[in-house]
Design a protein around this ligand. Structure first.
Ligand SMILES: Cc1cc2nc3c(=O)[nH]c(=O)nc-3n(C[C@H](O)[C@H](O)[C@H](O)COP(=O)(O)O)c2cc1C
Length: 176
């Protein structure tokens, strides 16, 4: 069983990115389990003084979850042409350790226009030594309300696209 951790970069209750990672979990192929980590909002703001023995419990939980996962999937909105602070904060907690090093990762996108954030996130993650999969998944959910989002994500064509994307990511993980 390939264990994949999925993280949404949005804390919004009606987040399209969170809906996408939840749908990936529901549509994973039988050989993969996708677990959603939805606790970014509880993380304290990263401070290098709080590492080592002072690492906060929530940060340790995230570090352990990434360490134990075979791969990480991230879906992230764009804020002011950048990566939202909540996700950047979570990534910062992972920088000074081994959790991200050579960890397979794939980006998925709920907005077709988040091009600055995509580029920034890829640069951040490569700098952190994640092994970034070239494949990306995009399902356009920008501006849609939850019932419409769920309708789009329940379309058989999109379910297949999601299954195939997780499957391709699992192949990428196995090949490493
Ligand atoms: C503070 C803020 C800044 C934003 N800046 C951008 C931006 O620079 N470019 C963009 O394409 N969308 C921008 N957006 C729109 C969000 O990226 C978009 O609504 C996204 O779908 C939200 O994701 P979510 O549904 O997962 O919360 C911004 C939204 C907010 C709240």
């Amino acid at each position: 069983m390939i264990e994949i951790l999925a993280i949404s970069g949005s804390l919004r209750a009606a987040s399209t990115n969170s809906a996408l990672v939840s749908a990936l979990a529901r549509n994973a192929p039988p050989s993969c389990r996708v677990t959603v980590h939805d606790r970014l909002g509880r993380l304290p703001i990263f401070n290098p003084d709080d590492e080592g023995e002072r690492t906060p419990q929530e940060a340790s939980a995230l570090i352990d979850a990434v360490t134990q996962a075979d791969g990480v999937i991230i879906s992230c909105p764009e804020y002011a042409h950048g990566v939202p602070g909540g996700l950047k904060n979570a990534l910062d907690w992972l920088v000074s350790r081994d959790a991200a090093v050579a960890k397979p990762a794939m980006l998925v996108h709920a907005s077709p226009r988040s091009l600055f954030a995509r580029a920034a996130l890829a640069e951040i993650m490569r700098t952190m030594s994640f092994a970034l999969c070239e494949d990306v998944l995009e399902i356009a959910l920008l501006g849609k309300k939850p019932p419409e989002v769920e309708g789009i994500l329940a379309e058989p064509e999109n379910q297949l696209v999601m299954r195939d994307a997780v499957s391709a990511f699992a192949d990428f993980i196995r090949a490493r």
